[in-house]
Ligand binder design. Structure first.
Ligand SMILES: Cc1cc2nc3c(=O)[nH]c(=O)nc-3n(C[C@H](O)[C@H](O)[C@H](O)COP(=O)(O)OP(=O)(O)OC[C@H]3O[C@@H](n4cnc5c(N)ncnc54)[C@H](O)[C@@H]3O)c2cc1C
Length: 426
């Protein structure tokens, strides 16, 4: 299989859904969804795709995308930026084509409240808009933590779990380190967006340190007792960065209890103190603020949805996709949000036209770079079984693999990124 073909298949696993949906409702496009008003909130991995595919399935539908930022910075690829492998423009994307080529109305503003009983949203700038169908893909918000003196907005401890300014901040702190300094990375307890990403971050920072500050170290103070693709990461770290990355699981440190900004110190329940020149605390997460504020989340902090359409089980005609929703076994990734965006788009077009929702499959792949030429991956396929999105198969990189295979996976990772962001913005 050629590399190009593999990229296509790997990436458009997401659009396998599109193929499965085809013409989702069996109508001529001009018949479909004439006049329906759809508002999509959040121009990230789920929202752009849902807006674009509603217009593809139903060009007569009026689709408005509301997103405060005029350019989007993607989290996928941001670990490479932090490690200096790419400039920030690598992860920056423009909304221009979504407006000009797909006829989506784009409003750069924040939705400050939703009136689900009267089908209305209010913008931060004060305007109001009515909808027939509302899609929310607002990503994540941070939970309160019990960490004394810690605030996610404090630039002393950048989280870089939302890309953009935070990515630059963490990159610049890493650049300013002196050889021999320590980086602390503290992932929260699961579930959080992109479960392998903290360990990809540790790997790529190690790559930078090995080349520029080889006496430095990374300590991972994990909020979990194990982690995604652990065997593969550990094997890669031993090969690429022997002795440079130390992973400490929750059982051994007991959880972070406090931080001390002045000397960048982290205190743990086990009584140990860790000091790092760079301290990257990744806060625990929940559904995006607008979703929780509208009462769409349950006690878990995430929004329950109907698994065949992503319509909220709490409020009719509001759909929640991406990281904010509870999607059964699906991992919270950009690729999963892409898959959900397409299923949701087809379900909305079906609802407008009174047709049944089609059976679909869902999928996601996530690549993790351990160095520019060494990557590993995980792919999962899901189906609706017993009213739930259940994993039916998964495939991860083999532990026993040649250098050439890891190198190829690094090329596929770049292809995956280009294809998924083209799907969103081109
Ligand atoms: C370091 C890192 C690496 C990652 N790597 C990968 C990877 O390799 N592969 C992968 O598949 N996934 C990866 N992910 C996960 C991926 O970024 C998320 O799963 C994905 O972004 C979720 O899509 P979303 O649409 O739910 O949210 P987002 O893409 O975050 O989009 C949410 C958008 O909603 C907007 N918004 C929020 N509230 C409002 C409001 N009230 N009004 C209007 N707009 C609003 C925000 O401005 C934002 O642009 C990574 C994540 C991180 C942190």
């Amino acid at each position: 299989m050629t590399l190009q073909r593999r990229h296509f298949i790997q990436t458009l696993g997401a659009t396998g859904i599109l193929a499965a949906i085809g013409n989702p409702i069996g109508l001529s496009l001009s018949q479909a969804a004439s006049g329906a008003r759809i508002i999509v909130v959040g121009g990230g991995f789920g929202g752009t795709i849902c807006a674009k595919y509603i217009r593809k399935f139903s060009p007569a539908a009026s689709v408005t995308l509301i997103e405060p930022k005029t350019t989007f910075f993607s989290c996928p690829g941001s670990n490479s930026v932090i490690a200096g492998l790419h400039p920030i423009k690598y992860i920056r994307h423009s909304y221009d084509k979504l407006g000009a080529e797909y006829g989506i109305s784009i409003i750069h503003d924040m939705v400050s409240s939703i009136d689900g009983s009267n089908n209305k949203i209010t913008l931060k700038s004060g305007g109001q808009h009515s909808y027939d169908y509302l899609v929310l893909s607002p990503g994540i918000d941070f939970r309160e933590t019990a960490i004394e003196a810690y605030n996610p907005e404090d630039e002393t401890f950048p989280h870089a779990w939302k890309a953009g300014d935070q990515t630059r901040l963490l990159r610049d702190q890493i650049r300013s380190m002196t050889d021999g300094d320590t980086v602390i990375i503290a992932p929260p307890a699961r579930p959080f967006r992109a479960p392998p990403a903290p360990y990809e971050r540790a790997s790529l920072i190690a790559h930078y340190l090995q080349e520029n500050k080889p006496r430095s170290k990374i300590i991972i103070l994990d909020g979990n007792g194990d982690f995604s693709k652990q065997d593969l990461f550990t094997q890669g770290w031993e090969k690429l960065y022997p002795g440079m990355i130390e992973w400490i699981g929750i059982k051994d440190h007991g959880g972070i209890t406090a931080v001390h900004g002045a000397n960048r110190e982290v205190m743990t329940a086990s009584g140990n103190h860790f000091t790092g020149q760079v301290v990257n605390i990744i806060p625990p997460q929940k559904a995006g603020l607008i979703a929780t504020q509208t009462g769409l989340a349950d006690d878990s902090g995430w929004c329950p949805v109907k698994p065949d359409s992503f319509e909220s089980t709490v409020q009719k005609n509001i759909y929640v996709i991406g990281d904010s929703c509870q999607a059964g076994d699906m991992t919270k990734t950009g690729h999963a949000a892409n898959s959900q965006g397409k299923v949701c788009a087809a379900a909305i077009v079906a609802a407008i036209t009174g047709r049944p929702i089609m059976d679909v499959t869902y999928n996601m792949s996530i690549y993790s770079l351990l160095s520019p030429k060494y990557a590993i991956s995980l792919s999962e396929n899901y189906q609706l079984t017993g009213g739930r999105i259940s994993k039916v198969s998964s495939d991860s990189s083999a532990l026993k693999a040649k250098k050439k295979t890891r190198r190829k996976e690094a090329q596929y990772a770049a292809g995956w990124y280009k294809s998924i962001t083209d799907d969103m913005f081109k």
